[in-house]
Design a protein. Structure first.
Length: 320
């Protein structure tokens, strides 16, 4: 079975990091985990269900051996991934060193079992979602992180923006067919408790703009996630600001001692800001709060620059 190659250019360095957080290497499983995470986001946005394999009690398979549509492709206990995933350098050699800015590299997907057109379409749309609106990286940066302090470290900020230079041939699959496929009754439908936000429906992106954690006096980033400026909080903070902060910025989950994901991400070069709202019907309110909070920083910021959910889905589905 033929492999399919995506030729990709790194617009920033790409962080994967090994178990010790060492950034000097490209860890294939780290990037594959990131691809999978965005595929889950896409599938939920298409109306399907996807387990969170990092959560005990949520991951597939269930007691009857059923798995979700994402595990069908990416694998889970008792069900092998349908493809081999390799990262190659421009010469076709296995990429071992860290991928750095302006480098080109290849994501190679080689089927190990038959892969349906719908599944290729999911892979393709996921990579376009990442390249055009998101970012890719080891989970310590872009996924729910165990290390809150690391997330807040500016050093880890501008990683993972990519551009697809050349895609393999993928048969386009109409949206209705894709939605039908991901919602098919054969798939397990795990609940999305606690991470329903991780859906394309709740996703937004503004290209060409960034939020800065400038200094202790001024941080547009903190303004957007509702943290008071300067970064050091005053003793008495109003509760509204506190609750907004805890969700968007991520907080220590009391039960499992794991930090929830940070929900707003911003990149300076090239500029891009994206995030997730807690509930999709809050998108308009969130846009308004962005406009209010960033009046002086995002000059002439227009509604159309705020892309979200269905618009983004339409734009990645439309392009060939
Ligand atoms: Zn699953």
């Amino acid at each position: 079975m033929d492999s399919r190659d995506y030729h990709i250019k790194a617009l920033t360095n790409i962080w994967t990091g090994d178990l010790n957080g060492n950034p000097d290497r490209t860890i294939t499983t780290g990037l594959l985990g990131s691809v999978r995470w965005w595929c889950e986001v896409l599938v939920r946005g298409l109306g399907g269900c996807a387990c969170d394999p990092t959560r005990d009690g949520n991951r597939c398979p269930d007691t009857e051996g059923k798995h979700c549509v994402v595990c069908e492709l990416f694998g889970c206990t008792g069900w092998v991934r349908k493809f081999r995933f390799e990262i190659l350098d421009a010469d076709g050699k296995v990429k071992q060193a860290q991928i750095t800015q302006n480098e080109t590299f290849i994501f190679r997907f080689t089927p190990l079992r038959p892969i349906r057109n719908e599944e290729w379409a999911l892979i393709d749309l996921t990579l376009r979602l990442i390249a055009e609106y998101g970012a890719i990286g080891g989970k310590t940066v872009y996924k729910p992180s165990d290390e809150q302090s690391r997330q807040d470290n500016p050093h880890h900020k501008d990683y993972g923006l990519i551009q697809i230079i050349k895609r393999p041939e993928i048969s386009p699959v109409p949206k209705q067919i894709l939605c039908g496929y991901v919602t098919d009754s054969r798939w397990r439908k795990p609940d999305h408790d606690g991470f329903a936000w991780a859906s394309l429906t709740n996703f937004w992106c503004v290209k060409g703009r960034y939020l800065a954690r400038q200094d202790s006096q001024k941080s547009t980033f903190n303004r957007v996630i509702g943290r008071p400026e300067p970064k050091r909080r005053p003793q008495s903070k109003d509760s509204q600001s506190q609750s907004k902060d805890s969700w968007l910025a991520g907080r220590r989950a009391s039960r499992r001692q794991l930090a929830e994901s940070k929900k707003v991400f911003s990149f300076k070069d090239p500029p891009r800001t994206f995030g997730f709202v807690e509930e999709a019907n809050n998108l308009q309110n969130f846009l308004q709060s962005l406009q209010q909070n960033l009046q002086s920083d995002w000059q002439d910021f227009r509604d159309e620059e705020f892309k979200h959910g269905s618009k983004i889905l339409a734009s990645i589905l439309d392009r060939d």
